[in-house]
Structure formats: structure tokens, C-alpha cells
Design a binder for this molecule. Sequence first.
Ligand SMILES: [Zn+2]
Length: 463
Amino acid sequence: MDEAAGRLQQYLEARRETFIRELLEWLAIPSVSVLPEHRSDCNRAAEWIARRMRAAGMQAELVPSGLPGAHPLVLGRYDASPGRPTVLFYGHYDVQPPDPLAEWRTPPFHPSIVGQDVVARGASDNKGQIWALICAARAMIAVDGRLPVNLRVLVEGEEESGGRSVAWMVQRYPERLRANTVWMADGPLFSRQIPALYTGTRGMVYAEIAVRGARTDLHSGMYGGVAPNPLVALAHILSRLRPWIGQVDLPGFYDAVRAPSDEEAAQWKSLPFDEAAFQEEMGVSAMPGEPGFSALERVWARPTFEVHGIRGGFTGDGAKTVIPAIASAKVSMRLVPDQDPRQVAESLRSRVLALCPTGVSAEVSILQADPPVQLPIHHPMLRAGAEALEEAFGREPALARMGRTLPALVAISQGLGIPVVMTGFGLPDDRLHAPNEKFHLPNFQRGILATMAFLRRIGATGQ
Ligand SMILES: [Zn+2]
């Protein structure tokens, strides 16, 4: 180990407790972005991280979003020298609501250390992870006197509430985010031991299907047997769109689906993934749906159709014999490269109308449409990311995909047109969005090391 690396290590050892104590302070702020009563907490959480970034030697400010009712963005900046490459860190300070509260063993906003984990809402998603990035930059500035790269930091407050402020920012002030690459950690390792380099995310079309029948609700004793029942019509439409076993029945739905590259496919086959354990984790006895693909392929690289809720008629206790006038369902389709959300939305609309039985009318409203993202696996920035992860975790990262949809990633990777190195320092069982969310502290340290290794590697490309 050279002298500089030794000094950094000493610094990290000496600050280990401080970094964790500060993280607990941040976690104690209930920055739940989706609940209006936490608006001022979101502001406080944004102020907190901006203040910490300044203390670390960066510039930082809160940028009010131009969108109505939105939470502020935190923008950080560190200028090493104009000739150096620029890295953009991305993360979010907002968290999911904590309920059901009764299931938390320790209160969600009284962070506690249990064994080697910090337990609190937002511990892993995403405060602990973005904090590792900030601490890495802070350590390098403190010990080396400067960063090897120019740095931009974007910490948003609406990741958990479907906000669009990042897209707004990218459109309004692209120059303030301009960078050669993005480094983000918002997810899990592939497994306890194997880090992940994410190569893509799924997109999503979210829609509501409404079916209308008679002018008003009807008594099934007087009209039952002849009146068209919107709930039955809805069930008919949904079961045709999404057979229990088989493919989604939308014209052209699979036409643009790109098979994973040979390299990705080979990698996925070699990953230690236990389908029986996956089934067990869900607590189910079968995995119906599209045949002919492994479970990993189905959650990473195949599109879906899911039903999230059905509304209509009588759902209270006891019996009420009503034929409802209207019924509706919330549905979504996860999309994979190169499916186009607009085409899928159009196809859904026309297919629902075609499937709609006589006597009722159907209407489709599109609530969200985000494209899938495929990141450039062979880009030198992603190679540098893979090497940095290997250095910190002692294992080559798995080339994984994320089945989730990240609108901010779409805005950043497509809007700015720069390669995003996407990884995560959480564990697969961190209980994101669930009670007793936790973050494994040894991975916090590895996350700091991986980030420093990444910045060093990117810095070296610009010398
Ligand atoms: Zn997150």
C-alpha cells in the first residue's frame, strides 16, 4: 500500500464512528416525500445533506423545483480543474412512508444499530448509500487535499413519490449536471457476496381501465340476468389480456423486445440463483406467467402485465346485491429494451376496446409511461465501475439488471446522454419499503472504498 492510500485508510478508521453517527442524525429526519405533513422534514433533510457537503469542502445549494408542489433538489459541486473529467453522483434524500408502524421492532425514525446493521426507514434506500458516496469524496478532499475529478452531486427528494423534478432539472439546467459519467448506488448487491453492476432497468406503462354499464347501480333481484355487469366485463377483459400461463395478449407487444446479449445471457446462467428459494421467499407454490424463461430472465428481461387493484360494486361486510354501474382496474406493464411506452399504451387502448363485450363501454387512461433503459455495458466508464467494485468487494460484479423503473435514470441517461454506472451497496434482504429496513454497515465501508476507487480510476483517464 502506498503512503497516500495508508493515510486515507487511517482517516477512514478514525472517522468510522463519526460517519455512522452523522448518518443516524440524517435518518432521524422523517423525509417522507409522499405525505404532505412531512414537507418541512423533506426540507430539513435536504438542508442537512447540503450542509454536510459544504463541510466536506464542496459547494452545495437547494434548488427549488420548477414543478408545483415539488420538493427541492440538492445540487453539489466541486471543481478540481477544468481539464479533469467530471463525475455526477445521484441519490435521493426522501424515504417511503414507514407504515405498518406496529411491525417495526425499533421506531423507524429513531435509528438504531442492531448487530452490524443500522435499522431505520431510509437506511438503505437511499440515505445510507448516497451518504457513502459523499463520505468518499469528503475523505479524499480531507486527506489528498483535492478530488481527482470534478464532481457534481444531485440529491433529489421525490424518488419515492413519482416526482419529475430531475427531468425538469435536466431540461432546464443541463449545464449544471454536465458530466462524463454518473455514479449511483441505489439498490442491492446481487447476493451477500457478489456486487452488482446494473446494465438496465425496465420501463413502465401504468393505466386505469374503466368499464361502464347501466346509468346507475341496479338491484340484481330486478335486473340480474339481463343487465350488463361491468365487473364481469372487466374480469373478461383482464383475463384475455393476461392469461394465467402464457404471453401477454397485446398485438405487437413482444416485437421490439431485445434478447439479452450473449455475454449477459451467459453471465445470468452462471450466477448462483436458486429459483426454489426465490419461490420460497415469496411464499408461493408456483411461478405462473410466461413459459420458456428462467425466473431471472422474467424479472430482468421480459415484459409483464400485472393487475394492481380492482374497484367496483360492493366490497363491505355482509351481502348487498348490486350490479354496479362502473368498475375499474389499475394495471401496469413493465417494459424492456426496446419497447416503446407510447406504442404499448396505444396497443393497450385499442385491445381493451376490441375486447370490450356488448352492453358496456370501456375507457383507458394512461397514468404513467416511462421507457426502459439499457446501459452501455462495454463503455470504458462502466468498465472502470466494474473494476472499482471488484477492488472494494473482492469479487467481480455480476452484470445484473433491475426489474424496477427509475424515471430519474431515464431523465439522466437519456436527457444528458452520458453513461450511468449504476450499482448498489444494500443487501437483497434490506427490507426496502417494508418495516425494519436496514443497512449493513460493512457495506457502507465498502461503498466508500468503491466510490474512492471509481473516482481515482476516472481521474486517471484525464491526466
Ligand atoms: Zn431508492
